[in-house]
Ligand binder design. Structure first.
Ligand code: NI
Length: 187
């Protein structure tokens, strides 16, 4: 990580988009969570995910190939039905268990603007991670939040949700997706 971070902490970092090679790189583990550069990176991720109406973000998306993600499900313009949770910082996350059963669900990605895809994910996951103070946690998530985790963990190994789309009918433009969402509201 560069010693001189060109981004201040008040304006959202630019997001890399599909085609940028850093999005396809495997991220490295963090060895010193308390390092000021890691703390600044975490602050930038928290700011970026909120500014972009995301529900999760991974460090490679702002150009840092290290194992830090934020999961921040909340109802917003892009995900009106997302459950509300406090933004959660995960450093060096490890999947320790996952349900055998999977479910299909729609996802987007701040690095793939304009597209949505329906992809299978484990319904529940159990995850080990460090928080931003370096304290270890083990957490079980299910449903949409488990989905977010799996999406963000993919970013740490250079994968994108598009890689999991299995058929043409499971890929929609954002416009077509929003139209489908609006027509299904109230059903
Ligand atoms: Ni993403």
């Amino acid at each position: 990580m560069p010693a001189n971070d060109p981004h201040d902490s008040t304006s959202p970092s630019p997001l890399l988009t599909l085609g940028h090679p850093l999005l396809r790189q495997v991220a490295q583990p963090v060895d010193a969570v308390e390092d000021p550069s890691v703390q600044r990176l975490i602050d930038r991720l928290l700011l970026a995910v909120q500014a972009a109406n995301g529900v999760g973000i991974a460090a490679p998306q702002i150009g840092q190939p290290v194992q830090v993600v934020v999961i921040a499900s909340r109802p917003n313009l892009r995900y009106p039905r997302a459950p509300l949770m406090p933004p959660t910082v995960l450093v060096n996350p490890r999947l320790v268990a996952a349900s055998e059963d999977t479910e299909l669900g729609w996802e987007g990605c701040l690095s793939v603007p304009g597209w949505r895809g329906r992809v299978p994910r484990h319904r529940t996951v159990e995850v080990d991670y460090l928080d931003r103070h370096g304290r270890p946690h083990r957490q079980v998530w299910e449903g949409f939040v488990a989905r977010i985790f799996q999406h963000e963990a993919d970013h740490l190994v250079g994968k994108l949700f598009l890689d999991h789309v299995r058929s043409e009918t499971d890929r929609l433009s954002e416009t077509a997706y929003q139209a489908m969402e609006i027509s299904s509201l109230g059903k």
